[in-house]
Structures are given as structure tokens and as C-alpha cells.
Ligand binder design. Structure first.
Ligand code: FMN
Length: 172
């Protein structure tokens, strides 16, 4: 449930993320605390097990989804955060999978109306840059003011979060 965003003059901010192994979760939690924002976690109806996430196994779930885009429909327990219409700024965090945004994000992006919202993508990865991942998510959504995506380090702190958003010119 919403915990903050008490002042009416402040933009109302939501941090949405998916994380398979906790790195993106850690960043999302840092951002949430730094901004006094609300949080929403994307949960696949069928959660990925460790063997299913094994990208070295060509038969694993994630490897098959990588090769065959028709398998990438990942149903979510909840597509739309409670009170979503009331948020001004939505930060969207995901891990990089094979250079792309984890496709767990796709249903969230496709099934929500971002009209009037500033959307700020961020990712974590082993080493890959954000690349086209954020632009690809923006292209999936026909609504919202999507800002450039940024790869963040898992150990980013509150000062780093503020610097990042200042660079983007975002008041969150
Ligand atoms: C299926 C899969 C594919 C991945 N592909 C890449 C990749 O192309 N480049 C990269 O730098 N890291 C890749 N990684 C590593 C993750 O992006 C990285 O560990 C990320 O921080 C994980 O975030 P999470 O712990 O929130 O899931 C991949 C991980 C998985 C599970």
C-alpha cells in the first residue's frame, strides 16, 4: 500500500520493477526510499525457477522464450498497480536479458495507460549497456513521456539516485 507521497505539491511517484535474482530489486528499493515513492513489484503468474532462468541451457524456459518470441507472453499476477491513474512519474526497472529488457515487462507496458505520466526506465545487467531496451519498451507503449533509459549499478545510493534524476531533468 502507498506509504508516502504526502504533499500535494510534489509529483506522485511510483517505482515498478521486475527482478529475477534481486539486483534490480535492490536498486528499485534504493530509489523508492530515496524518493519517498510507492513501489509495485511485477510477479509472473508462473514464476521462473532457477533451472528455467539458465541461459546456458538452450532447453530452459528463458532460452526457448529468447529464441521464439511467441513464447514471451508472461502473464502477471497483477498488470495494473492500485491507483495507477494517480501517479505523475513512473520509474520502470528491469534486468537485461540477451541485451533486451526482460520480457516480463512487456505485459505491464502494453496493458497500462501512461498518458500524462513521465516514464523513466532503468536496468541492471552483468555488463551490457541499456542499449535499445528502453526505446523498445517505449515503442510497445503508445502513451506517456518516456525518457532515455539508464543502466544503474546495483550498489547505487540515494545521492546517486538524485544525481541521475537531476541529469534527466526530472522532479520526482
Ligand atoms: C536470461 C538472462 C539473460 C541475461 N542476459 C544478459 C546480457 O545479455 N547482458 C548482461 O550484461 N547481463 C545479462 N544477464 C545478467 C542480468 O542482466 C544481471 O545479472 C541483472 O542484474 C539481473 O537482475 P535481477 O537480479 O534483478 O534479475 C542475463 C541474466 C539472465 C537470467
Amino acid at each position: 500500500m502507498p506509504t508516502s507521497n504526502t504533499s500535494d505539491s510534489q509529483p506522485k511517484t511510483l517505482v515498478v520493477h521486475y527482478s529475477a535474482h534481486g539486483h534490480t530489486r535492490r536498486v528499485a528499493e534504493t530509489i523508492t526510499h530515496a524518493l519517498g515513492a510507492d513501489a509495485f513489484v511485477l510477479s509472473p503468474t508462473e514464476a521462473y525457477s532457477e533451472p528455467e532462468l539458465d541461459y546456458n541451457d538452450p532447453r530452459s524456459r528463458v532460452s526457448r522464450e529468447h529464441v521464439d518470441h511467441s513464447l514471451r507472453h508472461v502473464e502477471l499476477v497483477q498488470d495494473t498497480p492500485d491507483g495507477f491513474a494517480g501517479y505523475d512519474v513512473v520509474l520502470v526497472g528491469y534486468p537485461i536479458w540477451w541485451g533486451e529488457a526482460s520480457w516480463v515487462m512487456n505485459e505491464f507496458v502494453k496493458n497500462n495507460d501512461f498518458t500524462g505520466k513521465t516514464v523513466i526506465p532503468f536496468c541492471t545487467s552483468f555488463s551490457s549497456p541499456v542499449g535499445a531496451s528502453a526505446r523498445d519498451l517505449a515503442a510497445l507503449s503508445s502513451t506517456g513521456d518516456w525518457r532515455p533509459g539508464t543502466r544503474l549499478e546495483a550498489n547505487i545510493d540515494a545521492v546517486g539516485v538524485r544525481r541521475w534524476l537531476e541529469r534527466l531533468g526530472v522532479d520526482a
